[in-house]
Ligand binder design. Structure first.
Ligand code: ZN
Length: 325
């Protein structure tokens, strides 16, 4: 090696070292700087369902730019586990079936619904031998929980088609078991959070009987719920988090490839299942209106699922988006 080539080689090594150092430094900065400024950490529980997509988009696209709060998502395997953690204060909030949060509020846990998880997005899926609602008479039909909008949608579907709620054998099943239960003939239909309906339809083991908007216009299903003690202690952080969440919902509504990639990261389903699931759901305007909430309350009372569901003003904190309009 000549002196000149040695010098060139040394310069090249130096340049690479500097680039690496710069890369590390900038990486350290992006990871470290916001944290030092963030005074609060907000832990939000979720289940891996299409209904919680705005939360995933929030985490992937907006969390790093939040100035006053660090977002930490906590995954759960079932609603009861999530509810226990929320009620115990192990998490600060959740994207969850809103009826479960209303029940907790009724039982004295101070929760506030601050946004919707989604709009529409539920599907009545039945086995291929069922052609209409009356075919379900005497058959077994699965829902995730009596306290769910899925149960209300089922009630409305039966009522609209001249069947009594008791004409169908209604069972509660964990959502991931439903597609297999349908394909094995243990149940004749189910209604649950997505993507579990789309799994059966995309796989040819079931078919779509109704989309939720055909049974209940502007149905309320999942909500973004926060513990009120967190809101009171961290007002600015809550405002910033919720504004980003609502923006994430708008982004999710584009359903473009970047959004699909985020969904697939959290849901672990086949792309064609996600595609179908996204056709049934909307994420625009995730504000929870008094009119839509009150209709949900009325149904819960009419079905005998709750004697005194919390009033809108006691349970829904609309101050976050009232400010934006
Ligand atoms: Zn939902």
């Amino acid at each position: 090696m000549t002196k000149k080539t040695l010098k060139t080689a040394l310069l090249a090594v130096l340049a690479v070292s500097l680039l690496l150092a710069a890369g590390c430094a900038s990486k350290d900065n992006t990871a470290g700087t916001p944290d030092t400024d963030k005074t609060a950490t907000i832990k939000i529980g979720y289940l891996p369902i299409t209904h919680a997509l705005p939360l995933y988009v929030d985490n992937e696209l907006f969390a790093d730019s939040l100035k006053s709060v660090k977002l930490e998502l906590v995954k759960f395997g079932s609603w009861p586990e999530l509810v226990d953690a929320l009620n115990a204060g192990q998490i600060d909030g959740a994207s969850m079936l809103i009826e479960l949060a209303m029940k907790a509020k009724e039982q004295g846990i101070d929760l506030k619904a601050v946004a919707l998880g989604h709009r529409d997005g539920n599907a009545v899926v039945v086995s291929n031998d069922i052609s209409n609602v009356s075919d379900l008479k005497g058959k077994t039909f699965a829902i995730p929980s009596k306290l769910s909008s899925h149960n209300i949608l089922l009630y409305l579907m039966l009522k609209n088609n001249g069947l009594e709620y008791t004409d169908v054998n209604i069972v509660e099943l964990p959502p991931p078991e439903m597609p297999a239960a349908l394909s094995e003939g243990r149940i004749s239909g189910y209604l649950v959070a997505e993507p579990f309906g789309a799994i059966a339809v995309a796989g040819g083991n079931g078919k779509l009987l109704f989309e939720s908007h055909e049974l209940w216009t502007d149905s309320v299903c999942c909500g973004l719920v926060l513990r009120n003690d967190f809101i009171e202690k961290n007002r600015a952080a809550s405002e910033e988090f919720i504004a980003a969440y609502l923006e994430a919902g708008q982004q999710a509504e584009s359903k473009d490839q970047a959004i699909k990639d985020i969904a697939l990261k959290y849901l672990k389903v086949e792309p064609q299942v996600l595609e179908l699931s996204l056709q049934w759901i909307l994420y625009e305007n995730l504000e929870l209106s008094e009119k839509d909430y009150n209709r949900l309350r009325d149904y819960l009372v009419e079905m005998g699922l709750s004697e005194a569901p919390p009033a809108y003003d006691a349970f829904v904190d609309s101050s976050f988006y009232d400010k934006e309009t």
